[in-house]
Design a protein around this ligand. Structure first.
Ligand code: HAM
Length: 417
């Protein structure tokens, strides 16, 4: 009997790896250029960290975490997202003296969600967090950075930048009451899930996907019409900056985000190319979180993008793995194989990328494998070459062949296409 992967998780096979490397390398380059440095936090943390940061009433904490007691009896959870751990690391390492502090991360996250296209139980995020910058300039610049990355990857054609303001503690509390009153009047028409979370988290009802709930949400009072003066200024400032940067955006007053730590700016980049799981990047401001988690009051903003979704958008766009490169050594006969191993090491010592055929067999079979390995040059070592101390060189792109002495290969390699 064979053993399959757990539902909702998948392998990234060698054929897909070039796309993933492209994502990681492009992100590193752009995040670094904007002043972010890499942080690597643990894959698991105390459950309490996520309960407090992401929110005890959020779907993530209520229903989706991989939580277990370790052998010492401590409740541990696999990280469902990256922000909570970055905030913990910031506080734990006393970094409020190093503001502004800007970090990026990439890696696996875990949520027990219903798997579907673009939604997995182990998935990967690349994200950034910026601490210490309170103004809308930071928000606009972060969105510009996300869009630049997507543009560089050439997957910006079906995308929309959506923004909203979620207000702050002061203006959200009275708004929440108004919303609750309105929704209570509509209770009979809400889906079971929304009725259930009406008291605990009424804002989440605004972005329920159920058609009837959506119709009600469109009639509901909107946060953006109930902002205090400070929040309204911030939101207006942001829109002015996005306009100035010529970044197209739409205001989506129903976007509330599934994590409780946000205030003021929330944003998402959505695509029409992936079906229901349409957010490729999402984030927002969380000015209160550091203090809530036991640190000082430090404004902060961040986002994360789903790498599986980016990889799906990249599919078919890049023919990057079709570029041939390197040498592939194939040998015919036992003596040639033994000599070939030594020669391959010498050529590698001199800096050439030489892959050796591991299986041997007929020349035809070995050439087929060289082709599949996308080698640019095939080196053939048979009985005749062994006797002459030469190697037959075949260019896999144009089929041209030439014979070289063993010690000529390195000198010639710089001149070869
Ligand atoms: P999030 O909206 O929960 O935000 O996730 C961010 C992105 O991760 C989503 O837009 C999506 O692309 C991807 N994603 C989420 N869940 C899955 C899944 N099950 N399968 C595949 N992709 C998924 C956060 O996680 C926040 N920590 C973002 C943030 C950082 N806010 C401030 N700083």
């Amino acid at each position: 009997m064979t053993i399959a992967t757990v539902r909702g998780v998948r392998d990234i096979l060698p054929e897909e790896s070039p796309a993933w490397r492209l994502l990681e390398e492009s992100a590193r380059q752009i995040f670094t250029a904007y002043g972010y440095r890499e942080i690597r936090t643990p894959i698991f943390e105390r459950t309490e960290l996520f309960a407090r940061a992401v929110g005890a009433t959020s779907d993530i904490v209520e229903k989706e975490m991989y939580t277990f007691a370790d052998r010492g009896g401590e409740s541990i959870s696999l990280r469902p997202e990256g922000t909570a751990a970055v905030v913990r690391a910031f506080i734990e390492n006393n970094l409020h003296r190093s503001l502004p502090w800007a970090v990026y991360y990439m890696g696996p996250m875990f949520r027990y969600e219903r798997p579907q296209k673009g939604r997995y139980r182990q998935f990967h995020q690349m994200g950034c967090e910026l601490f210490g910058a309170p103004g809308p300039l930071a928000d606009a610049e972060m969105m510009a950075m996300v869009l630049r990355l997507l543009r560089q990857l050439r997957i910006d054609d079906s995308l929309t930048l959506e923004i909203n303001s979620l207000g702050c503690k002061q203006c959200r509390a009275p708004y929440r009451e108004q919303l609750l009153t309105f929704l209570q009047g509509q209770q009979a028409h809400l889906c079971a899930n929304c009725r259930d979370r009406l008291q605990r988290n009424p804002l989440r009802i605004l972005d329920c996907k159920n058609e009837e709930c959506r119709a009600i949400a469109r009639q509901a009072p909107m946060m953006k019409d109930h902002l205090c003066a400070g929040c309204a200024d911030h939101f207006e400032g942001l829109q002015g900056l996005l306009g100035g940067m010529a970044l197209p955006y739409t205001v989506n007053p129903l976007m509330v985000r599934g994590l409780d730590y946000y205030n003021r700016t929330a944003f998402e980049v959505t695509t029409t190319a992936l079906g229901a799981q349409n957010a490729v990047a999402a984030g927002g401001r969380y000015d209160g979180l550091v203090a809530e988690m036991g640190g000082q009051t430090v404004p902060a903003i961040g986002f994360a993008m789903g790498m599986e979704r980016l990889a799906l958008l990249l599919e078919g766009k890049q023919a990057e793995s079709s570029r041939r490169q390197g040498y592939y050594l194939l040998t015919v006969g036992e003596a040639a194989t033994e000599q070939g191993v030594l020669l391959a090491e010498q050529w590698r010592n001199a800096g050439l990328a030489v892959q050796m055929d591991w299986l041997g067999g007929s020349m035809k079979a070995q050439l087929r494998r060289a082709d599949r390995a996308a080698a640019l040059q095939v080196l053939i070592l048979g009985e005749q070459e062994l006797a002459e101390q030469t190697v037959l060189l075949k260019n896999m792109q144009d089929g041209e062949q030439r014979r070289l002495a063993w010690d000529q290969l390195v000198a010639t390699s710089g001149l070869l296409p």
